[in-house]
Design a protein around this ligand. Structure first.
Ligand SMILES: C[S@@+](CC[C@H](N)C(=O)[O-])C[C@H]1O[C@@H](n2cnc3c(N)ncnc32)[C@H](O)[C@@H]1O
Length: 318
């Protein structure tokens, strides 16, 4: 279990968040806090980023969050701002094989969550740490849950993208991740949003395909905004645009229509898994100018490249 990248780097821990007398009151105070751009808590260290107060997610929302996480046996569920531990503990009850941990800036809540884990017989699979969310080592997480203010989510966004592994499900109670389109949204248990952390595909990628009879170089350029990706490609002296591009975790797919010497118009449908600097999968090539729409499937192996021929002059057709 790896709760923190630096065990000595802890939150200020100088305060105890008030336990909500009533949900409505707590929500109101929380909203006021957000509007004020600061916390209502007295005595909070100045170094601490703005943060959300403790209000436990309603159990029906927790249940939806757990359901939408689509737990697998080898999952590690991490709640950022874990409060009394209810999300992690509910996930562990839903699947007796997963393990999980939470971090919270409030040590009293960490103690409460730890006691809840013990009382519910889950102490062997659950841990809670007194930790600022920004200091948590989330690299082993496969499911990350959050109920934090959008402002805090915005501050966490680069960390999640840089440190969470592709395929990790980010599950939020209600709040958006500013600028990221959710992969799934559910309104049955309140509002639950899920994003699947995408592989990093931005950059240059090269590969060869023997569509014309002998291997020919493809030089592609991909752009990416979270799970939204776009791309263009050069094959010989032709350039094409990728369409229907989908990126979910490591799974990437797209299509391209391009005319190639000798074979004419083709539609090429790529799908593969992104593993670091490689993509492996297959491509289905439909020969549109062939009377029978001849279709051939090839293995597809792309490699990340430092340079690209995409921009090289092609000149004017003679
Ligand atoms: C709205 S509560 C959610 C509690 C729990 N996740 C749930 O949904 O029931 C937000 C929690 O995040 C904690 N928190 C706020 N800012 C934090 C930070 N920077 N680091 C760690 N925990 C934080 C608060 O103490 C509080 O327990």
């Amino acid at each position: 279990m790896r709760p923190a990248r630096n065990q000595s780097s802890t939150s200020p821990g100088l305060h105890v968040a008030p336990q909500a007398g009533s949900l409505a009151l707590a929500r109101r105070r929380a909203c006021l806090s957000l509007l004020a751009g600061t916390t209502l808590l007295p005595g909070v260290a100045g170094a601490q980023e703005r943060f959300s107060l403790f209000v436990g997610s309603p159990q029906f929302t927790v249940d939806r969050m757990v359901k939408m996480a689509q737990l697998r046996d080898d999952d590690v569920v991490v709640d950022l701002g874990s409060g009394d531990g209810r999300i992690v503990l509910s996930a562990l009850k839903a699947n007796p094989k997963v393990r999980g941990w939470g971090v919270d800036i409030n040590p009293a809540l960490v103690a409460e969550a730890t006691e809840n884990a013990r009382a519910q017989g889950l102490a062997d699979r659950a841990r809670f740490y007194h930790r600022n969310v920004f200091d948590a080592d989330i690299s082993e997480a496969t499911v990350i849950t959050m109920w934090l203010f959008p402002e805090l989510m915005r501050l966490l966004r680069p960390k999640l993208l840089a440190e969470a592994r592709p395929g990790t499900r980010l599950v939020s109670n209600g709040f958006e991740m500013p600028g990221w389109t959710p992969d799934f949204t559910d309104t049955e248990g309140g509002r639950v949003l899920v994003w699947v952390v995408p592989a990093k595909v931005e950059g240059y990628w090269n590969w060869d395909l023997p569509v014309t009879g002998s291997p020919q170089g493809y030089e592609a350029l991909l752009e990416q905004l979270f799970q939204l990706a776009e791309g263009i490609c050069r094959v010989g002296d032709r350039r094409g645009v990728f369409t229907d591009m989908k990126l979910r975790g490591e799974d990437l797919s797209f299509a391209m229509e391009i005319t190639l010497d000798k074979v004419g118009l083709t539609r090429q449908e790529f799908s593969g898994k992104v593993r670091g600097d490689r993509i492996e999968g297959s491509v289905k090539v439909v020969h549109r100018d062939d009377p029978d729409y001849k279709t051939v499937t090839y293995p597809w192996r792309a490699e990340r490249a430092r340079t690209t021929a995409y921009f090289r002059p092609t000149g004017l057709a003679k």
